[in-house]
Design a protein around this ligand. Structure first.
Ligand SMILES: [Zn+2]
Length: 619
């Protein structure tokens, strides 16, 4: 198919939405847009550019341009093409607010629509057709329809006629009958978004060439990522990425599934352009080595905490055996077998484990990670088999974290935490809590105990993200507690706990439409119920020993829900504790009245970094 035809196909599929959008470019009457804008504090994303080589500067320019195309794709996934969404919007505030939200729904206010004539946001956004019911998908077709890298449509015979009249080929789609007699079609991301993917990959190719001589490993990863974007298969590039120790980095592609609130399976495009902070990275390495020990110490029965795979850094003491007691070689064969079952090419297990705790300055955010609440730490890749056999990289985005701490956590603590405990709040504790949150994603259990072929993610569906985020928060704090006991972590437990509570308020403000927001509501309500947060007239006082017990209890509860794949239990927890009650609402009102920012937005890009010269050269 030619590029032009593909573009028309995309316009065609989104034309219905655009038609309704064009009539609705005015702010909804009475929507407090000025207040909402104040809730985002603008900060400048930068790094020490004097440390960058000439080649790195050239490379960064191309990486940022690639990221901008990923941003365009996210617009199409969640709403419509960016230029169409902003067409006819005169009011600069409204324009800015639409950009922040990637559409007309207020992400940090439970997706409330703020444009005139716009209804509520559909759960499946543009991943699925309007009115799509996932329960009508035939059982044996689910793995295709819910593939993370396809868009779903309903077959409409009139579409084919229209293409015929235009003398065009209809887009290449697979078709499946559904239980309700409709016909479902799927089309791969590489086809649907081809008009953005072509320039995106050209930029990645140019970035790869720019850095080839200085950092051939990073250059190679970039070319593998290009292959992934065209084949919808990211296994090779993900594994190579885990092994990188490059100064520059980019995370780019369809990655997280937060935006698919219908089934939690479709992935959204995003990009982070990063510069590694090697000094901080070294400090963190030692915690990776402690992972197996921490997993073993989790407060649950053995079956809920299986031995870690390549996540663990130390050699396993006991050889792994199969059902008959035969020792399984922990080598290439075992890995390739699993990978083949999953339908991927065989990949050799690395000689040394690849799990990494790394620290970066983020210099560009695009797409999903730039919408709503900005991510300050990333644990990737998401693929469970890769995680199990090759590990994960937990990236701490230090400059963004520091900005959120200074602009949000500190002002919040001044309003809600008891004066006697305010001095306990510090960046070191905040940084560590977020870091251990990321580590904790790698702990616990990935597959349902009674049905090992099913992942916890599959068992819990759309509720998975919130529960997994809650698990990471709580197990992260559990680990902090253990490490202080073991004298492996400096500082006072009270610092970490009080800082944690202050940042719970920060995250609850993301609202129930955010997995992180919901996760923090569960944590908050559990802590309140356990009596470890005392609500005094001067603010919240944290009872450290009680909180220690409460955290342990919630950790066990979450690990049980996940290991049992207990969807009913999770839904019960979410309906009882995944919400904002009276006392929390009162405190949030105080924060809102004080105009404390909810989140940050970025002044970012080639110009912000002072790299215009390199952009002109690359034109
Ligand atoms: Zn997380």
């Amino acid at each position: 198919m030619t590029l032009q035809k593909i573009q028309r196909a995309i316009v065609f599929t989104t034309s219905l939405i655009i038609a309704s959008g064009l009539n609705a470019q005015k702010l909804k009457k009475g929507y407090p847009i000025k207040d909402r804008l104040i809730s985002y504090k603008q900060i400048t994303l930068t790094t020490d550019t004097s440390q960058l080589t000439e080649a790195e500067r050239k490379c960064i320019v191309h990486l940022i341009k690639a990221a901008q195309h990923a941003d365009n794709i996210f617009w199409m996934q969640t709403y419509m093409k960016k230029e169409d969404a902003l067409k006819g919007i005169k009011d600069p505030d409204l324009k800015q607010f639409i950009k922040i939200n990637y559409g007309p729904w207020d992400r940090l206010n439970n997706d409330a629509p703020f444009l005139d004539g716009i209804g509520s946001k559909t759960k499946g956004v543009n991943f699925y057709p309007d009115g799509f019911d996932p329960d009508q998908v035939m059982e044996d077709m689910k793995f295709r329809v819910f593939d993370p890298y396809t868009v779903v449509y309903y077959f409409n015979p009139k579409d084919a006629e229209k293409y015929q009249k235009m003398g065009q080929m209809p887009p290449p789609r697979e078709r499946f009958p559904s239980l309700d007699g409709k016909e479902i079609e799927i089309e791969s991301y590489s086809m649907v978004y081809q008009n953005e993917l072509i320039p995106l990959t050209e930029e990645l190719r140019a970035a790869s060439e720019a850095i080839q001589d200085e950092d051939p490993d990073f250059a190679e990863y970039l070319t593998q990522r290009i292959d992934g974007l065209f084949t919808n298969d990211y296994v090779m590039s993900d594994i190579s990425w885990l092994n990188l120790n490059s100064h520059l980095d980019i995370i780019i592609g369809p990655i997280e599934n937060y935006e698919d609130k219908l089934t939690g399976s479709k992935t959204s495009f995003e990009a982070y352009v990063l510069v590694r902070d090697r000094e901080w990275g070294k400090k963190l390495e030692k915690y990776v080595a402690l992972l197996p020990q921490l997993q073993a110490g989790l407060p649950v029965e053995e079956k809920y905490k299986p031995e870690l795979g390549a996540n663990s850094v130390t050699e396993k003491e006991e050889p792994t055996t199969d059902e008959d007691g035969n020792i399984i070689e922990e080598g290439v064969e075992a890995v390739s077998e699993i990978i083949e079952i999953e339908g991927f090419p065989p990949v050799e297990k690395p000689e040394k484990p690849m799990s990494q705790l790394a620290v970066f300055d983020a210099i560009y955010y695009a797409g999903d990670c730039n919408s709503g609440s900005k991510t300050i730490a990333v644990n990737l890749p998401n693929h469970e088999v890769i995680q199990e056999y090759f590990g994960t990289r937990r990236s701490q985005l230090k400059n963004t974290m520091k900005a959120k701490f200074d602009e949000i956590v500190i002002p919040i603590s001044q309003k809600v935490i008891h004066p006697s405990q305010r001095k306990k709040i510090n960046f070191n504790s905040f940084f560590s809590n977020v870091m251990f949150h990321e580590v904790a994603h790698g702990l616990g259990i990935k597959n349902v105990i009674e049905n090992p072929n099913q992942t916890v993610r599959e068992a819990l569906g759309a509720t998975y993200s919130a529960i997994e985020e809650c698990k990471a928060d709580v197990l992260g704090l559990y680990m902090v507690t253990k490490l202080i006991d073991m004298k492996e972590l400096d500082g006072d437990l009270e610092d970490y706990y009080v800082t944690f509570v202050a940042s719970v308020y920060r995250s609850v403000r993301f609202g129930a439409s955010s997995a992180h927001g919901k996760a923090n509501m569960i944590t908050y309500n559990t802590l309140i119920k356990s009596g470890c947060l005392e609500n005094t007239s001067k603010g919240i006082k944290v009872d450290i020993p009680k909180m220690r017990t409460a955290i342990e209890g919630l950790a066990a509860e979450l690990l049980h829900l996940q290991g049992d794949g207990d969807l009913a239990g999770v839904e019960k927890m979410l309906s009882e504790r995944g919400k904002i009650g009276e006392s929390l609402k009162a405190q949030l009102d105080i924060l809102n009245a004080a105009n404390i920012p909810v989140d940050i937005v970025f002044d970012q890009g080639i110009h912000t970094l002072g790299l215009d010269k390199y952009a002109e050269e690359s034109e």
